[in-house]
Write a protein that binds this ligand. Structure first.
Ligand SMILES: NC(=O)c1ccc[n+]([C@@H]2O[C@H](COP(=O)([O-])OP(=O)(O)OC[C@H]3O[C@@H](n4cnc5c(N)ncnc54)[C@H](OP(=O)(O)O)[C@@H]3O)[C@@H](O)[C@H]2O)c1
Length: 295
């Protein structure tokens, strides 16, 4: 049986991988949260340690690596620039180098946040122009991965959603909790994305590996929507009272990290490999069938 090593398996995307039917024997890494996964065999790894990853590779001998471990919160990266550089750039480059030396197919999970958000829709050929530390470091990591391993897959992920345990937070669970408790949720009407169900992201990553993709691929749903529109769809799928969803403008945003107004990703390249996207409403309806105690 082929083996897949997934770094950052204790995070949200790793939780989605654990839910997905897979023909791989799954190995994953965690740093602080060992968690309770069903399918993935977990190994502790600090990707900042130069030797730890190559030792793990020698032990597991994976047929492919998906590198998802990251400091993934833009606000944290903005306040902790050195830590973000160390984890998101330097460690990623070392992992890519190790996979190159062992000739292991390698997928790096990047982000739509490499773009400034000034364009209506972004293609893989658009040059990134990040506006915050997280986006800058993910873009720097992309460039280093490409230089080290030209055949690597760089999967730019959009905003992901899905139900997950409280210890693995995702905005969907947080919004559902608040709206169910009749608390207000503020949602921008002028910030657009192509959000993707976490299980769909895993389906796309497996397709990229199976089809031996190379280079940059955008993942996402087909139709860009605002956070507010997405909130209305969530209310519809989960039968929640939409009057607690409050439309807001980006001009009212008071946070410290600059916001990307439009990070919509064009997914034609992924579709050309045979990916048939599921609509956002179908994904939300599928998600709503899960037992609610998962949240
Ligand atoms: N979720 C999204 O909406 C989204 C959107 C675009 C791109 N992405 C990208 O997709 C990937 C997965 O995202 P996610 O949402 O699953 O992230 P996440 O929930 O924040 O999980 C991050 C993972 O990285 C691990 N990690 C952090 N520092 C580490 C270190 N020094 N050594 C080893 N492991 C470390 C964490 O381990 P512990 O928890 O055990 O400490 C955790 O497993 C990331 O690369 C992210 O940038 C995510």
């Amino acid at each position: 049986m082929q083996k897949l090593l997934f770094t950052g398996a204790s995070g949200f995307l790793g939780y989605c991988l654990d839910q997905f039917p897979s023909s791989f024997q799954l190995h994953g890494t965690y740093l602080n949260h060992a968690g309770n996964l069903k399918q993935i065999q977990l190994h502790q790894l600090d990707i900042r340690s130069t030797k730890a990853f190559s030792t793990l590779i020698d032990r597991i001998k994976p047929n492919a690596v998906i590198h998802a471990a990251a400091l993934s919160k833009p606000a944290f990266c903005e306040m902790n620039i050195d830590a973000s550089l160390e984890v998101n750039v330097d460690a990623t480059a070392r992992i890519a180098k190790c996979c190159q030396q062992h000739a292991i197919p390698f997928v790096f999970t990047s982000t739509d946040q490499v773009f400034s958000g000034k364009k209506e829709i972004y293609h893989e050929t658009d040059i990134p122009d990040p506006i915050h530390v997280y986006g800058t470091h993910k873009y720097e990591a992309e460039k280093q991965v490409q230089a080290i391993m030209p055949n690597a897959i760089i999967a730019r992920l959009p905003l992901l959603f899905g139900l997950s345990p409280a210890s693995i937070p995702n905005f969907l669970g947080e919004w559902i909790k608040k709206l169910s408790n009749k608390e207000q949720v503020f949602a921008f009407t002028d910030e657009r994305r192509t959000p993707l169900y976490g299980l769909e992201a895993i389906r796309a990553l497996f397709l990229l590996l199976n089809k031996e993709g190379k280079g940059i691929y955008h993942l996402g749903t087909e139709r860009p929507i605002s956070r507010y529109e997405k909130g209305l769809m969530i209310c519809d799928a989960f039968k929640l009272d939409a009057s607690y969803l409050i439309p807001t403008k980006l001009a009212d945003y008071k946070g410290k990290v600059p916001r990307v107004p439009n990070a919509s990703l064009d997914i034609s390249r992924l579709k050309s490999l045979g990916f048939i996207p599921t609509s956002l409403s179908a994904s939300l309806n599928e998600c709503a069938k899960q037992p609610i105690q998962l949240i």
